[in-house]
Design a protein around this ligand. Structure first.
Ligand code: ADP
Ligand code: MG
Length: 355
């Protein structure tokens, strides 16, 4: 087991696409690290470059205390699970799981013993003679995991391994995989485009955009304090409200209303400055318009959409032609056409200058 360190790692593909742009990253030994970002931002390239399946155009990959930048994939002692599992269709489960051991020239009896041991941990013992075509998606996924585990590599790389599973199986696999990683303690880089998956599974995570890392932190840090509007817009099961604002003393003018400057920005803003005001719908308290019509510190508007989220509702308000969303607990949701207020929580709202 080993730490992974990337130093100014750069990958420019022939044709000129810069998929990784001088990326610095340190993943300590034993960490479950999630790499999150939209399609095309360079996640797969990053994993393949760590594994040695792509050659870096600049910078270095260090695994443990060894610079492996020019080492072939086989010499890096790293195991990777691909999005499509990449199982061999003509081999049964035993041979698929034992394949990396065969490459390492482990004797047949020993590699079958190890394959059987790992497969049993993953509940595959009754499927050992089947071929991938005779397995469900979830079973194939477990075979791919077993193959990685059997290698006893220094680090595991996962490229969106759950994206082919249906919603329910995906949730089960998430818990299962996390538990397994804890038990094994192997340094793991887990790539996903699903923010919920990253938040749920990671010890720490990075959010990537166009070949650069826009934020690194624990899931709680990234969720509570997104570093910029890109991360703010990407994280969260309902998107953060990001609203144009102008500083007016100790209030912000937002959508024609006045809201208090958030605690996080107190003393940091200049009067008249143009900023972006951010508040998650979960921290935006909705209330019906009171009889006296007062709306101090809140965004007053009209309800245009009410969406059922299960245990809560997402309410969309039109506030002087600006769209503002709030999450409302079950039972207190308004009706379309109602007049109401969204009062952002001062201790949770944020201000950005990069909008
Ligand atoms: P992600 O996994 O985040 O979707 P990729 O790492 O696959 O992103 O791709 C990053 C960028 O590099 C994209 O613009 C993609 O089109 C480009 N790219 C990926 N692989 C190649 C390749 N083999 N040749 C040229 N460009 C590539
Ligand atoms: Mg990819």
């Amino acid at each position: 087991m080993a730490a992974i360190e990337l130093r100014r790692l750069t990958k420019v593909y022939p044709g000129g696409v810069k998929a990784l742009d001088a990326l610095d990253l340190v993943i300590p030994d034993g960490e479950f690290f999630a790499l999150l970002g939209p399609s095309g931002c360079g996640k797969t390239t990053l994993l393949r470059t760590i594994a040695g399946l792509e050659t870096a155009t600049g910078g270095a990959v260090v695994i443990g205390d060894r610079d492996v930048t020019s080492v072939q994939p086989g010499g890096r002692d790293i195991a990777m699970v691909f999005q499509d599992y990449a199982l061999f269709p003509h081999m049964d489960v035993t041979d698929n799981v034992a394949y990396p051991l065969r490459i390492k020239k482990v004797a047949k009896a020993e590699r079958h013993r190890r394959a059987g041991e790992v497969a049993a941990r993953l509940g595959l013992e009754r499927l050992m003679d089947r071929r991938p075509g005779q397995l469900s998606g979830g079973q194939q996924q477990r075979v791919a995991l077993a193959r990685v585990m059997a290698t006893q590599a220094q680090a595991f790389l996962f490229d969106e391994p759950l994206s082919n599973l249906d919603a329910r199986l995906r949730l089960e696999a998430r818990t299962f995989l996390k538990k397994l990683q804890r038990e094994l303690g192997v340094t793991t880089v887990f790539v996903t485009h699903d923010q919920a998956e990253a938040l749920a599974m990671a010890d720490r995570m990075a959010v990537m955009e166009a070949g650069v890392i826009r934020q690194i932190g624990t899931p709680a840090e990234v969720f509570q304090r997104p570093a910029n509007t890109f991360v703010a817009g990407f994280i969260g099961s309902t998107p953060m409200n990001l609203l144009d604002a102008v500083v007016r003393g100790d209030t912000l003018e937002v959508a024609g209303c006045a809201v208090p400057v958030p605690d996080a920005a107190a003393g940091l803003l200049a009067d008249g400055e143009k900023v972006v005001y951010g508040v998650r719908p979960e921290y935006n308290a909705y209330a019906p318009k009171p009889a006296d019509g007062s709306s101090e510190g809140a965004l007053a508007g009209k309800v245009v959409i009410v969406e059922n989220l299960g245990a809560s509702h997402l309410v969309t308000l039109d506030v002087n032609d600006v769209t503002v969303q709030a999450v409302v607990p079950e039972g207190s949701e308004p009706a379309v056409g109602d007049e109401g207020f969204a009062a952002p929580r001062r201790d949770r709202a944020l201000v950005y200058r990069d909008g």
